[in-house]
Design a protein around this ligand. Structure first.
Ligand SMILES: C[S@@+](CC[C@H](N)C(=O)[O-])C[C@H]1O[C@@H](n2cnc3c(N)ncnc32)[C@H](O)[C@@H]1O
Length: 340
């Protein structure tokens, strides 16, 4: 694809994200590329990098556009991205909107005016309110300020870097060295994680689900922090364990491995689709000691089993702010009501 074609595809993707504000952008991106299989690997990366860049900096880009009296459309957000983040000058940026067969249509008079006005501006404007400057939504600002105090700007800045991709090696299928070798053979460069003994880290997002190592259950996608939580439960072979908010079983899988498939884990959740996802993952990982239980309203399942578990993990629902680095759009899908 030409740079113009990539820009046009990013703008199309941003349109789809804008049309489904409650849907995670990564799910939208997956559907977007599934419907456009002709877009190859490196083009995909470039298209999603730009769209993700916009989502990551959305508050600041929108602030600038509103400051200039413009409505933040996907086209203008992409324009602001290439100018304020990629540091293109107005004339060069305008040339990207080339009106060619694959590129975006030419800038209209209003858009060209915005390009002129953005020329040479810094990403972070002096007059920006604190939330915009820190790139944090207003509903989250008071809580985060109370939690981090003077360290908040550094914490917020750290959240802006694209996240690495962490994997957990499934010891039911093989050792970490075997997983490293398998992934290297498929063109990846994993490094052992610093704290989790089963973790591997790839420097950025990668199509890991297409690898044999993933399909055969040798590795799972799981942040190092989540791996550590599962490890801290201390589930050992032969124990009886309840994973009370198991979701799609991320931590159940890790605990099943530390139990060497011996004993029993029950993965509970109120969401049937999540538990269905759990069943598939458990099968892929070769876990034999786990069952799922769909909790109904007023379910007495837990009460009837009081005192029968060696370990209970309650991975309660939260705002998901820990995933903002990976899913920059998530901060706009949560609000003050959700927090309450
Ligand atoms: C943080 S997520 C779990 C993530 C999962 N443990 C993992 O590691 O992949 C929280 C889960 O709690 C579930 N949940 C919400 N309300 C619940 C309730 N009242 N009882 C049990 N689970 C609940 C949600 O459906 C969601 O899957």
């Amino acid at each position: 694809m030409t740079p113009e074609g990539r820009l046009a595809a990013s703008i199309d993707m941003l349109h789809e994200v804008a049309e489904a504000p409650r849907r995670p952008a990564d799910a939208i991106a997956a559907d977007f590329f599934r419907a456009r299989r002709y877009i190859g690997g490196s083009d995909r990366r470039a298209v999603s990098d730009l769209a993700w860049g916009v989502l990551r900096q959305r508050l600041r880009l929108e602030w600038w556009l509103r400051e200039l009296g413009a409505r933040p459309t996907p086209r203008l957000l992409a324009l602001a991205h290439i100018m304020l983040i990629e540091r293109m000058r107005a004339t060069e940026a305008a040339r990207r909107f080339d009106g060619g067969r694959f590129g975006p249509g030419p800038l209209d008079v209003g858009e060209a005016g915005v390009a002129e006005a953005l020329d040479g501006r810094p990403l972070i404007g002096k007059a920006m309110p604190e939330g915009v400057r820190l790139n944090l939504p207003d509903w989250a600002l008071p809580g985060l300020a109370a939690r981090f105090g003077d360290a908040l700007p550094a914490e917020a800045a750290a959240m802006e870097k694209p996240a690495p991709l962490d994997l957990r090696v499934n010891r039911l299928r093989g050792e970490r060295a075997a997983a490293i070798a398998a992934l290297r053979a498929e063109g990846f460069a994993p490094e052992p994680t610093q704290f989790s003994p089963d973790g591997l880290r790839l420097p950025h997002r990668a199509a890991i689900t297409a690898t044999a190592a993933y399909r055969e259950g040798l590795v799972e996608v799981q942040d190092e922090g989540s791996q550590l939580i599962a490890a801290l439960v201390g589930a050992r072979p032969g124990m009886r364990v309840a994973d009370y908010c198991a979701g799609a079983a991320g931590k159940t899988l890790a605990m099943a491995a530390s139990m060497a498939n011996q004993g029993r884990i029950t993965a509970c959740d109120v969401s049937a689709p999540r538990l269905e996802g759990a069943v598939k993952r458990l099968r892929r990982a070769g876990v034999h000691n786990a069952e799922t239980h769909l909790l109904a309203p007023g379910d007495r399942w837990a009460k009837r089993r009081a005192g029968t578990f060696d370990r209970v993990l309650v991975d309660a629902p939260c705002t998901g702010s820990g995933t903002w680095r990976r899913n920059p759009d998530a901060r706009f899908r949560t609000n003050a009501q959700d927090l309450a």
